[in-house]
Design a protein. Structure first.
Length: 339
């Protein structure tokens, strides 16, 4: 069990003991309430701790999405010579929440199902749980954790395709599908080199000065390309919300996209940049700092080099990036076999 789950379990036991003492003080022991508390303490405590962990992960995803949305707006505004968000909260940090509330309360021009956006958000939350930040900020770290997190983040954009106007859906589906293949191959190469798919194993194999971003620059370049596409999707999502007038579904979708960009930053920090290992005082702050740096870099690249149309993007992926990802993985596999 992880440190965070142990903490949540301890809190559950502490609260249940306090309630049990209160029941005993009221003279209600021996009844159905006392038996119910005993059942909670002995059989349902782990389930309650898991529910608390899920709620915390959902709140963490919301905060990460708000932070990435604000960071993206700031970076793009600075590069375009604008002030950027500055009115909602200190330095405009609440602008993302204000935009979200505006979309939630808006009367939509046409009704779209929120199920796809909710599914995408759930996949992002699950991926955030499976990518440990380091230190005590760790829920789980199974041997297959990074593989599952990569797969979830890769397929997360697919449920959002239906929010696009009909004429754009095929193009967005093609971009989401083919970029998914590039990202999976880009992350697979370092995992093969490390011989492990757990965060501890991948970070431990890099040490302090053997980051996979340096040892496998082609894989890191491919991952940055996927981050650049995600930053473009986030900006296109803002434009789509203004153009189509979709309300609550687009609000959930925007936070799913922003949360996915930060989750990709965390994944890249762990897989390519050494995770929580730093020059001094290893800890979760290094992972968070590296993830924020990757998210800011993605926004910078998205502002300087706007993503082209969906048709041109699909052609570029199938003509350049997917073959490069396949060749890169094949070369790494051959080198490992030879060595």
């Amino acid at each position: 069990m992880s440190d965070l789950l142990d903490l949540y379990l301890s809190l559950v036991h502490l609260v249940l003991r306090a309630v049990d003492r209160a029941v005993e003080g009221l003279g209600l022991q021996g009844g159905w309430l006392d038996r119910f508390l005993d059942w909670l303490s002995s059989d349902a405590d782990v389930a309650i701790a898991a529910v608390i962990a899920a709620l915390v992960a959902a709140a963490w995803a919301g905060l990460a999405g708000a932070a990435v949305s604000w960071l993206d707006l700031r970076v793009r505004a600075r590069l375009e010579g604008r002030v950027g968000p500055s009115y909602r909260g200190l330095g405009g940090v609440m602008q993302g929440w204000a935009d979200w509330a505006k979309l939630m309360l808006r009367r939509p021009r046409w009704r779209a199902s929120s199920a796809g956006a909710a599914l995408a958000g759930a996949l992002v939350i699950a991926a955030l749980v499976l990518v440990p930040v380091g230190g005590v900020l760790r829920v789980v770290d199974p041997a297959w954790g990074l593989i599952a997190a990569t797969a979830m983040l890769a397929v997360a954009p697919l449920p959002l395709v239906h929010l696009s106007p009909g004429i754009e859906r095929n193009g967005r589906f093609g971009v989401a599908s083919f970029s998914m293949l590039v990202m999976v191959l880009a992350v697979a190469a370092p995992l093969i080199v490390a011989g492990d798919a757990s965060a501890d194993g991948v970070v431990g194999s890099q040490g302090d000065d053997r980051w996979f971003a340096i040892m496998s620059p082609a894989s890191f370049l491919l991952f940055l390309y996927c981050l650049w596409l995600e930053a473009g999707q986030l900006e296109q999502g803002r434009a789509l919300a203004r153009r189509t007038g979709v309300g609550d579904a687009m609000a959930l979708a925007r936070y799913a996209m922003a949360g996915r960009q930060y989750a990709l930053g965390l994944l890249g920090a762990v897989v390519f940049l050494g995770g929580w290992a730093g020059p001094v005082a290893d800890g979760c702050w290094w992972t968070l700092l590296k993830a924020a740096g990757l998210a800011a870099l993605a926004s910078f690249l998205g502002a300087v080099y706007p993503t082209p149309s969906a048709r041109r993007t699909v052609r570029a992926i199938m003509g350049i990036w997917f073959p490069l990802a396949a060749v890169n993985l094949l070369v790494i596999a051959v080198l490992l076999e030879v060595m």
